[in-house]
Design a binder for this molecule. Structure first.
Ligand SMILES: Cc1ncc(COP(=O)(O)O)c(C=O)c1O
Length: 414
């Protein structure tokens, strides 16, 4: 496949070619700086823009599209549910939610599911559950609960979550900040243990820090976190919103590390790239602390979300996606590592997820992303010179070879 063979006749898609005018985003808040690509359609690992140009999607909506655009099984589940009922609120039961919760709990090896919508809501919900558990079960003094988080974390954008971010861009001018969080260096188990006191209710951790640049701690670190949290009667909350559900070649990155957290926070791919679906998953002795009326969401657990989420869980239950992510990931990693010393400084990979540090003397991550987009590959930069590869797991080896070749040629062009 070559970059030149990527253009198709836009008319054949039934879409109108458009130019992005300077006024195209006039009525949008300026909280994003997207690449100049206007997607019109997508299928599998590929998207097509309004001018009929095709791109290999190597971001997969930050892993929300793990199973590819328009996965037929997921689309079928959504369409069938659209024709039945889409929203009831939790004021009533719906016939999709119970079976979805049972399937997801089984996949995670836990008892209970708290359904929400976005990732940030799952994080907020996990924080509330941990605090309530701290007061009601552990016996922490009212109002004193403390949660330990990691330097460099990214858990979302709400006011409480950005309160414990170290990223000045994410938090400046959004205070006053929510108290009750202490941040320690990621990967330093001694610092974690030293930060625990009698008021500590939880450790909130990304098993791989995605937004920080795919930072992968050694498996022994997550095992230390498990041991330390157990020893001190502190909850281990794993934010697997980006790392979970197949991306790293396992159902959860915690599986790869051989640990079981107390609470999983899930989102992104749980909605199959169709609807926002997130969840907190844990055992009854922890999630059971919530009583009726203490927490909720109008859309959380809606029948459309539950039907799609259930189909996602069924896809993952066979293990095929995880296996495919492992095999394809090894191929991608090998190709990327071959570029070390040729424009690439370092590569960190887990399953089909890779952070690639570009030599900052050559180009910024943004410039590389723009050049790759020109050549029909969509990726996203983070922290200046790092670019991330997270293609849909339905991509082929040939697709990955295409992306690798484009990156090689971009780097050679500097
Ligand atoms: C690890 C992690 N947690 C939470 C979130 C927040 O998810 P959402 O954007 O759906 O609120 C993200 C989003 O990138 C994430 O990567």
């Amino acid at each position: 496949m070559t970059a030149d063979s990527l253009r198709i006749e836009p008319g054949s898609l039934g879409i109108e070619p458009v130019e992005i005018s300077p006024t195209y985003t006039d009525h949008l808040a300026h909280n994003y700086h997207p690449l100049e690509v206007v997607v019109a359609t997508a299928e599998g690992a590929w998207v097509t823009d309004v001018n009929g140009k095709k791109y290999l999607d190597c971001l997969a909506a930050y892993s929300a599209v793990n199973f590819g655009h328009g996965h037929p099984v997921l689309i079928e589940a959504a369409k069938a549910q659209l024709d039945r009922v889409t929203l009831t609120s939790r004021a009533f039961h719906n016939d999709q939610l119970g079976p979805f919760a049972a399937a997801l709990a089984e996949l995670a090896g836990k008892d209970m599911v708290l359904p929400m919508n976005t990732g940030a809501e799952a994080v907020e919900s996990g924080i509330k559950v941990a605090r309530a558990w701290g007061y009601r079960v552990k016996g922490v003094t009212a109002g004193q609960a403390k949660i330990i988080v990691m330097d460099g974390n990214f858990h979302g954008r709400t006011t409480t979550i950005i309160s414990f971010s170290n990223d000045p861009e994410a938090r400046a001018d959004f205070g006053p900040y929510t108290p009750g969080f202490v941040s320690v260096p990621y990967g330093d188990s001694a610092a974690l243990e030293a930060a625990i006191d009698e008021n500590t209710v939880a450790v909130l951790i990304e098993p791989i820090q995605g937004e920080a640049g795919i930072l992968i701690p050694p498996h022994s670190y997550l095992q230390d976190v498990r041991r330390i949290t157990t020893d001190h009667n502190v909850l281990f909350i794993a934010d697997e919103i980006q790392s979970g559900l197949g991306r790293t070649g396992a159902t959860f990155q915690c599986d790869n590390a051989g640990v079981v957290p107390d609470l999983y926070l899930l989102g992104k791919a749980l909605g199959g790239g169709i609807v926002p679906v997130s969840a907190v998953v844990g055992n009854e002795d922890i999630l059971g602390v919530l009583h009726a009326g203490e927490h909720g969401s109008t859309f959380g657990g809606n029948p459309l979300a539950a039907a799609v989420g259930h189909a996602v869980v069924d896809l993952l239950a066979t293990g095929e996606m995880q296996e495919r992510a492992r095999t394809l990931g090894a191929h991608l990693e090998q190709g990327l590592r071959a570029m070390i010393g040729h424009g690439v400084v370092s590569v960190r990979a887990a399953g089909l997820w890779a952070g690639v540090d570009i030599d900052p003397n050559l180009a910024t991550g943004r410039a590389v992303c723009e050049a790759l987009a020109e050549r029909g590959v969509l990726v996203k930069d983070t922290h200046g010179s790092t670019i991330r590869f997270a293609p849909p797991i339905v991509a082929t080896e040939e697709d990955l070879d295409f992306a690798l070749q484009q990156l090689r040629e971009v780097l050679d062009s500097y």
